[in-house]
Design a protein around this ligand. Sequence first.
Ligand SMILES: Nc1ncnc2c1ncn2[C@@H]1O[C@H](COP(=O)(O)OP(=O)(O)OP(=O)(O)O)[C@@H](O)[C@H]1O
Ligand SMILES: [Mg+2]
Length: 509
Amino acid sequence: MLAKITSGAVIGVDGLLIEVEVDVALGLPTFTTVGLPEGAVKESKERVKAAIKNNGYEFPNRRITVNLAPADVKKGGAGYDLPIALGLLAATGLLPPECLEHHCVVGELSLDGQVRPTPGILPMVIAAKQAGRHTVLLPRANLAEAAVVDGIRLIGVEALGEAVDILTGSRPAPEGPPTDNPHMLSDRYAVDFCEVKGQEHAKRALEIAAAGHHNILLQGPPGSGKTMLARRLPTILPALTFPEALETTKIYSVMGLLPPQSGLISERPFRAPHHTVSDAGLIGGGQIPRPGEVSLAHNGVLFLDELPEFKKNVLEVLRQPLEDHTVTIARASHSLRFPSRFMLVAAMNPCPCGYYPGDPHHACSCNPVQLQRYRHRLSGPLLDRIDLHLEVPAVRYSDLVTPAAGERSEVIRQRVAAAHQIQRQRYQRRQTACYNSQMTAADLKRHCAIDHPAEQLMQQAVDHLGLSGRAYHRILKIARTIADLAGSETLKSEHLAEAIQYRRLAPRQ
Ligand SMILES: Nc1ncnc2c1ncn2[C@@H]1O[C@H](COP(=O)(O)OP(=O)(O)OP(=O)(O)O)[C@@H](O)[C@H]1O
Ligand SMILES: [Mg+2]
């Protein structure tokens, strides 16, 4: 007998409905799965067999064939366990086949028949809704995440037996969870800018970075607060909009990184991969491609601490997401795109020992060769994509012990939001959100006209500091953001003078 049941797969970060066909025929007992099963799907039969037996149902000792269609998509993960088990029970007459109609079923089974949380539920529920299914049967632990999608009935189950009872009507389906209210997005974070004492210059630079979406490099001795500052950058960015939160939550869902019972991700993500991360770990990849750190940082902040310690090839692959805000992963048959719009914050010590060029209390112990090697590890093209370069000096004792609290993130966030609003209006004819950091040469010409005193200042800077054309453009972009923060339409010398301070710290301009 043949039974059909709908389940779901994840392609990139999008859901795709999969037809699971289970055929039970006379013949020698075998269990074959076809339709490009990979890894965990191949092992599904062992879990399904044990779960069925341990829940007191009879496992058919016949020729079992499971087909996962469409056949040209590689299928991974353990989410097909529950649909395969229910399909088997339907094919052997233990479950009326019509009770599976209009349902979409996903869930991993443990050997005792428990339904375990499964990655990628959110995109699958979105796909089920778009395809007009009216019910999704899923692991109870994933209910909160699925409830982000409204207008579809959700049944959360904890065990195979419970799913069978609900489908046959011998047990009522539990009440679905309330769907997440899209207006409940919070902008509360565990950390706040007011905890950073002193360092006014660094705080100002981070505000400018947030306002114009400029990537930023922090350079300073150990303990100067670079990590502390970077961690607080998401707190001064405007709260996520509902579509942004949905995009980010989908990525965490696919990676199985949503905390249990959590719905929509409402905080901007902060990702800080270790410098030993591989290029696939950073930008994504694998047999069945999965997103990497740059996508987990989507709509948030990617923090690369100890930048020169990262492998060169790893930093090289960062260029595409920094430029295009997406990662494209090409496979023989198709290519996938993962969203990766993030702000990059990089941190480094000025030299291997950390105390160059002569901290008043610590002597630098590096020799010139070590120094040069350290700096050469940073690729020019990557540094060119970082608009703001900032020196973070050691924090002063008097600042550290002052009882006065600094400005709260909430207050800074309002100024940043106002600057974003100005940019939205300026670039409104663009398709995608555009910030000052993304200005093209034509935009620079149009929006960064400078008056005569400012022109003279720039000329001096170019002549005396030996700035390159590229550095010149970077300064204009930052000056535009500084002017936007000040609510000024024109670029004035004071805006340029401040922007010039954030020029490149590395030896080459
Ligand atoms: N400006 C500051 N205000 C309050 N506390 C500070 C400040 N700067 C540093 N600290 C304290 O010092 C600790 C170390 O700072 P942090 O880890 O950010 O330094 P770092 O510059 O990242 O150092 P490293 O180069 O070793 O990574 C912080 O956790 C914090 O407790
Ligand atoms: Mg640090």
